[in-house]
Structure formats: structure tokens, C-alpha cells
Design a protein around this ligand. Structure first.
Ligand code: PEP
Ligand code: MN
Length: 338
């Protein structure tokens, strides 16, 4: 349920709504971003509470029920697009943010070469996995703490914020102490312990779509982060599992407008994991920008042939740089820049 206060409602009037909600054992979240304070009332039984209980309180303009199962991620709660900064890089604005770098941090040389090149080509955030969620326990699991240290070094050397995945709920603080943004991967989209801990973190979170999850389930996962008080969440479409096997995953391009309609959160697209093959990445990346994505997350490796993870879908430094040039006119055509 959402309580919209009148323009200029006093603090006392807002407090009155909050107190009433608490007396009914409801959770409360305030949206202070606009000229009207919006109070979201959260609980499993809000459907049974008559709206009039709040409508009669002083300073209240309207009370509406959010009919969607997700609440805090919904546009009803926050009508305006959410914008924030990731280590100084603005997300959700006019500029399409390109996050690029290797799937996994493999060595200092590999990471620094990738960082230097992607920055030069126009990427503004560096990616690199230190903890890798691998389908097989025998595959390379990432350099872990050493990988985090290398990411921090790359940030210092190139003045670029870094994003890296956190796999274990117990590691949220550790990863947050090195990274500018946390990544919750596709395989962990419904790891509720991880979401709860990441929601308490002061770092922005990029939440990948679970490859077998609906958009509603995805936005409910985002609600876990927002309910913890972390308002800085990016949704990243990275392809879903379908019967089609000519690509690694089927990129759900329609997720972009659907999310834009139903949520205020910025939407990114990862063409690399959807494509599974480097030759398909540019077309998917361009389609994503044309469809209104706020950012891209692209895997780039100085030597994909030698990559320990996801080499086949990784762009070379040259191919990434060429793609950035091709993206610029597309961004311009939809009123954005890159
Ligand atoms: C990744 O970004 O390297 C990754 C593992 O992505 P996803 O969780 O989307 O598979
Ligand atoms: Mn990868």
C-alpha cells in the first residue's frame, strides 16, 4: 500500500502515518525524492487493511494499493527513474554506461591490459570476477581475495570504479570493501540470504536476471535489496533459457521496455552471456542500446584464446574498441550518448 502525502505535508504528518503503520506492525519505506513524500507500507497482510485507516490521517493526499507483488521496485512507489553514482560514474542518466573487462580476474597483466584498453575505448566501469560461480566444481573458481586486490589496484591505476561478483552471503562485506559495486549473478538471483546481506551493504548492486526467472520474480529479488535500505540497484538482463540452442541464452530484449514501464530501476544488458560467442555480441549490444538500455556489461579479454573462463564470448581489445564506435551513433539516435 502506498500513502502519498500532500505537497508540503509537515514532518509531524508524515510521522503520524509512520506511527500508524508501525502500530499495525507494518514495515515502512519513505520515498523523499520528489516534492511529495510517498510512504510505502509493507507487510504480508496489507491487503486486509482498509485504506481509509490512512486516508483519514492529516496531510494524506491519497492511498493506493500496489497490485503488483513487488513493491519497492515498482514505479507506483517511485514514479521517477532512479539515478545514482557508481564510484563517481552516473547511472540512469543520459549517458549509457559501459562496464567492460574480463569474465574472471586471471593475473595482474591480464587485468591491467584489459583495464587500460577498455578505458581508452570509452568504458567507464571495470568488471572482473574474483569469485566465480562455476557449474562444475573442477572449473577455475577465481583468484578470490587475490582477485579483489588486483581489482583494487586496477581502480587505483586507471581511476575506474570496479564491479565484481559476490557469491557467498558471508563475503558481502569483504567484497564491498574492495569493489565499488557488487554483482549478484544469475545463478544467485534467488539466493535470499545473499540478497538480504547485499541489501544491507552501502555499495550499489547489479542484479543479474536468473536465467529461469520471470521479470516479476526478478523484481521481487530486487525488493529484497531495496527492503534492506539499499536503493542503488541495477537490473541486468543477460539472457534466459529457452528451447533455442544456437545461442548460450536467449536475450529477452522485451525485458527492457517491460522493466522501464513497471520499475524505476536502471536497466542494463549483458550481451556476452546471452550470445555465448563473440561474433554475436555486437549486434545484441546495439539492439540493447536501441531498445533503451541504460548500460551494457561486456566481457573483454586481451587474449580470449587463453582465457580461463568465457573466452569464446569475450571480445578482443580491438573488437571492443570497434564496437564502442559502432554504438555511438545508435545511442545518439535514441537521444543518449556513450
Ligand atoms: C559473469 O558476469 O561473469 C557471470 C557469471 O554472469 P551470469 O551470472 O549472468 O551468468
Ligand atoms: Mn562470464
Amino acid at each position: 500500500m502506498i500513502v502519498e502525502m500532500k505537497t508540503g505535508a509537515s514532518q509531524e504528518e508524515v510521522d503520524g502515518v509512520v506511527e500508524k503503520a508501525r502500530s499495525l506492525e507494518l514495515g515502512v519505506q519513505l520515498n523523499l525524492g520528489t516534492d511529495k513524500v510517498v510512504v510505502a507500507l509493507l507487510g504480508s497482510n496489507t491487503g486486509q487493511i482498509p485504506t481509509d485507516i490512512f486516508a483519514v490521517l492529516p496531510g494524506v493526499e491519497s492511498v493506493t494499493r500496489i497490485m503488483k507483488p513487488y513493491k519497492l521496485a515498482s514505479r507506483e512507489f517511485r514514479p521517477r527513474d532512479t539515478r545514482f553514482s557508481v564510484g563517481g560514474v552516473k547511472v540512469g542518466g543520459e549517458r549509457v554506461v559501459v562496464i567492460a573487462g574480463p569474465c574472471a580476474v586471471e593475473s595482474e597483466k591480464q587485468l591491467m591490459e584489459a583495464a587500460e584498453a577498455v578505458k581508452k575505448a570509452g568504458a567507464t566501469v571495470l568488471r572482473g570476477g574474483a569469485f566465480k560461480p562455476r557449474t562444475s566444481p573442477f572449473s577455475f573458481q577465481g583468484l578470490q581475495k587475490k582477485g579483489l586486490e588486483l581489482l583494487a589496484r586496477a581502480r587505483e591505476q586507471f581511476g575506474m570504479p570496479v564491479v565484481t561478483e559476490v557469491v557467498n552471503p558471508q563475503d558481502v562485506e569483504l567484497v564491498a570493501s574492495y569493489a565499488d559495486m557488487l554483482q549478484v549473478g544469475s545463478r544467485n538471483m534467488q539466493n535470499f540470504a545473499l540478497l538480504t546481506n547485499a541489501g544491507k551493504s552501502r555499495r550499489p548492486v547489479v542484479l543479474k536476471r536468473g536465467f529461469s526467472c520471470t521479470i516479476t520474480e526478478w523484481l521481487l529479488a530486487a525488493d529484497y535489496l531495496l527492503a534492506g535500505g539499499n536503493n542503488e540497484v541495477i537490473l541486468c538482463e543477460r539472457g534466459i533459457r529457452t528451447f533455442e540452442d544456437s545461442v548460450r541464452f536467449s536475450l529477452d530484449i522485451s525485458a527492457i521496455p517491460v522493466l522501464k514501464k513497471n520499475s524505476h530501476l536502471p536497466v542494463f544488458v549483458d550481451p556476452s552471456h546471452a550470445a555465448g560467442h563473440y561474433s554475436l555480441v555486437p549486434a545484441i549490444a546495439k539492439a540493447a542500446v536501441a531498445a533503451g538500455a541504460d548500460g551494457l556489461l561486456i566481457e573483454v579479454h586481451p587474449n580470449p584464446k587463453e582465457a580461463l573462463v568465457d573466452g569464446l564470448q569475450s571480445l578482443t581489445l580491438e573488437n571492443f574498441s570497434a564496437l564502442m564506435e559502432e554504438l555511438r551513433p545508435i545511442a545518439a539516435a535514441v537521444g543518449r550518448s556513450i
